[in-house]
Design a protein around this ligand. Structure first.
Ligand SMILES: Nc1ncnc2c1ncn2[C@@H]1O[C@H](COP(=O)(O)OP(=O)(O)OP(=O)(O)O)[C@@H](O)[C@H]1O
Length: 249
């Protein structure tokens, strides 16, 4: 069976600056892949290419066995290729529950239109209840988005993305600014929600990445330096020189 996501030979320049060079990478259903590397290595740029926010100069992206290069971000999201929900689509004055309901109904509209609006809404609302229960957030999602604490806000971002039923979820530093316990709780929510969802995680927190990822891809200066198991990557001399250094000890 082909991988869920296949990235082949991606290149991207900004003017004379080469941000991505010949990146090829595959992600399997259900796996958690960590994407690490120094600041400016090209991690977010790669996310932008995969999700359709940036057009690459070369290379191709396939998702679930089909090319997605010509699809805009919203069409890729409708297929299940989802990144952390865009802030612009969140309504701060509404509650988390209301925001989630809108995202879930939008998703149900894509997938279940033939069932009619009432059935779509009932399914979407049931999904919201399940997400809120899994999140363990206090006050049941009734609080305004704008009033959530920083840690709750990060969980809310994640729930908004999960409401879109991703087959592959791309998370760009979802644990930044969280304590170790909060970060682990956040990752557990994804796995509890659906163990088949593939996850690509950009994080600078080495403990989180090495503790939770099945494989790790290391980027450096716009190139993919290594991809392998946490043990193999940790032991790799080139990775240690470029990024990990004494952090990995
Ligand atoms: N729109 C853009 N125009 C010009 N240069 C850009 C643009 N987007 C990114 N870059 C440059 O491309 C390089 C890679 O940036 P990117 O944000 O992908 O790195 P990163 O690995 O995600 O870094 P960080 O860990 O700091 O988030 C950086 O040098 C950045 O300044």
């Amino acid at each position: 069976m082909s991988p869920l996501l296949e990235i082949a030979g991606i290149g991207k320049s900004f003017g004379a600056f080469r941000a991505l060079s010949d990146i090829s990478l595959a992600v399997e259903e259900g796996e958690t892949l960590g994407l690490i590397g120094p600041n400016g290595a090209g991690k977010t740029t790669l996310f932008n290419v995969v999700t359709g926010f940036l057009r690459p100069d070369s290379g191709a992206v396939r998702f679930a066995g089909a090319p997605v290069d010509r699809l805009p971000p919203e069409k890729r999201a409708a297929l299940g290729l989802v990144r952390t929900f865009q802030k612009a689509m969140v309504f701060p004055a509404l509650s988390l529950r209301e925001n989630l309901a809108m995202a879930a109904r939008q998703r149900a509209g894509h997938g279940l239109r033939w069932l009619g609006a009432r059935t779509c809404h009932a399914e979407a609302d049931a999904k919201v209840e399940r997400l809120l229960a899994e999140s363990g957030l206090p006050r049941g999602g009734g609080e305004r988005m704008a009033d959530l604490s920083y840690g709750e806000q990060r969980i809310a971002d994640l729930l908004m993305a999960l409401a879109l039923e991703p087959r592959l979820l791309l998370l760009d530093e979802p644990t930044a600014g969280l304590s170790q316990a909060e970060a682990e709780r956040l990752l557990r929510i994804v796995r509890r929600h659906d163990s088949r969802t593939a996850l690509v995680l950009i994080a600078h927190d080495i403990d989180i990445v090495f503790g939770h990822c099945d494989r790790i891809a290391v980027m450096h200066l716009g190139r993919l330096l290594r991809t392998g198991t946490p043990q193999a990557v940790r032991a790799d001399a080139a990775v240690r020189a470029a990024y990990l250094g004494s952090l990995a000890d």
